[in-house]
Write a protein that binds this ligand. Structure first.
Ligand SMILES: NC(=O)c1ccc[n+]([C@@H]2O[C@H](COP(=O)([O-])OP(=O)(O)OC[C@H]3O[C@@H](n4cnc5c(N)ncnc54)[C@H](O)[C@@H]3O)[C@@H](O)[C@H]2O)c1
Length: 382
């Protein structure tokens, strides 16, 4: 057992290291760490920043908590670094900071939330609450969100469904930055897919990933920290393979994960997230940006005995991890386990923030006249 409360250290992936022993990319970490901060410190900074950008305090706190939760679970691509992008969206009119999301229709277990072109996170949280209540009442529920900006990490919402005894599935489309399989130009969004179910000892099992090789935000973190990315993730504006995130931001494209498989999933997510919500598909005129989001929830109790389900799921998970180390010396991690371990560790040890990312955030907060975070004792920077 380790101090993570888990089994042996994962040999193939580390949320705090740039590359693991097997050479896989771990884009959330390995930064030139400026300091570690507590979740409370980062939440306070994010709330103040959003407030200074004209966001009412309740919405600012809601968005800030969700950003910092992403940092806590190891997805720094969806954490504090997004303050910079959100400030640009507010300046450009793509986010109306004081808009409140509202439920515009509820027919049986089918609901529609309108985000009013405000922040996406409060809209998706409203959607999650609605889907939870509707699934408990009707066994199965589907809720969409339209006209909202970035909802962030889909795992947050499906994990909340699983915590309520439901199975959850979420999709959203997003701006065109991914080349469809066989092509090299930008046409699809990074279109994430998330799926969660109760049943692991550490919490819900959560599968949550972009249908591109990585989330675009991981390129933002890599660029801020001056790092290259692994082969096979991006092409430059002329369609040539690249490892430099700058080539992506200069008009290149991300590639789908798994070739035709990720590409195919992404196409369907354009239809679900884009057309079911009415926000449109990423590469079609009229699409105004943002995340058209679809959430599906299934009440276990309507189909099976929830206690028997949990017993069987627990046994299944135990058998999976008992497969044990292969020649690589790695271990089997269940979906969501890495995030759960990282969450526990970062609550205990603080959230590492890279110099590059902190520099970008301070460019913004200095402009807004906000105080910087105090340098923690023993921090490598003053
Ligand atoms: N809102 C948007 O527009 C948008 C777009 C794209 C992605 N995203 C979000 O970005 C986040 C990151 O996406 P990503 O594609 O970079 O994710 P990723 O490649 O980091 O994959 C994460 C998933 O893989 C699992 N995982 C990781 N290592 C594992 C291992 N060794 N063994 C077993 N499972 C393992 C994790 O538990 C998690 O379910 C997601 O939360 C996604 O929802 C959002």
């Amino acid at each position: 057992m380790t101090s993570d409360g888990g089994r042996d250290r994962p040999g193939r992936y580390s949320a705090d290291g740039a590359r693991d022993g097997a050479g896989r990319y771990s884009p959330d970490g390995g930064q030139d760490e400026a300091a570690r901060y507590s979740a409370d410190e980062l939440t306070e900074l994010a709330t103040a920043t959003l407030g200074a950008l004209g966001t009412p305090v309740a919405i600012a706190a809601q968005v800030a908590r969700s950003l910092v939760l992403s940092n806590l679970v190891g997805h720094d691509s969806h954490g504090g670094i997004r303050l910079v992008q959100y400030s640009e969206f507010i300046a450009g009119g793509q986010i109306r900071p004081s808009a409140a999301a509202e439920v515009t229709s509820m027919r049986g277990a089918a609901g529609v939330v309108d985000g009013g072109w405000g922040f996406g996170k409060p809209a998706a949280q409203l959607e999650t609450g609605l889907a939870t209540r509707a699934a408990h009442d009707h066994a199965v529920a589907a809720v969409t969100v339209r006209d909202c900006n970035h909802v962030g990490r889909l795992g947050e919402y499906v994990a909340a469904l699983a915590d309520a005894g439901l199975m959850g599935m979420a999709f959203c489309n997003s701006g065109a930055v991914v080349a469809p399989f066989g092509g090299t130009g930008r046409a699809l969004g990074t279109n994430p897919f998330a799926w969660a179910a109760p049943g692991a000892l550490f919490g819900p099992l959560v599968v949550d990933f972009s249908t591109a090789g990585v989330a675009e935000g991981k390129l933002r973190v890599a660029a801020a920290e001056g790092r290259d990315v692994p082969d096979g993730l991006i092409v430059d504006a002329r369609g040539r393979p690249s490892v430099r995130p700058e080539d992506f931001f200069a008009g290149g494209a991300l590639l789908p994960f798994g070739g035709h498989k990720g590409s195919g999933m992404s196409v369907i997510i354009e239809l679900l997230g884009g057309l079911l919500t009415g926000m449109g598909t990423a590469c079609t005129p009229g699409y105004a940006g943002g995340n058209g989001t679809v959430l599906l929830a299934v009440d276990l109790a309507a189909f099976t005995d929830p206690h028997a389900y949990i017993d069987s799921a627990t046994e299944f998970c135990a058998r999976l991890v008992a497969v044990g180390a292969g020649p690589s010396g790695g271990i089997v991690l269940l979906p969501g386990e890495l995030e759960s371990r990282t969450h526990q560790r970062r609550l205990r040890e603080g959230i590492p923030v890279g110099r590059g990312v902190l520099g970008l955030i301070y460019e913004l907060t200095d402009r807004l006249g906000l105080p910087r975070l105090p340098a923690p004792a023993g921090s490598p920077v003053g």
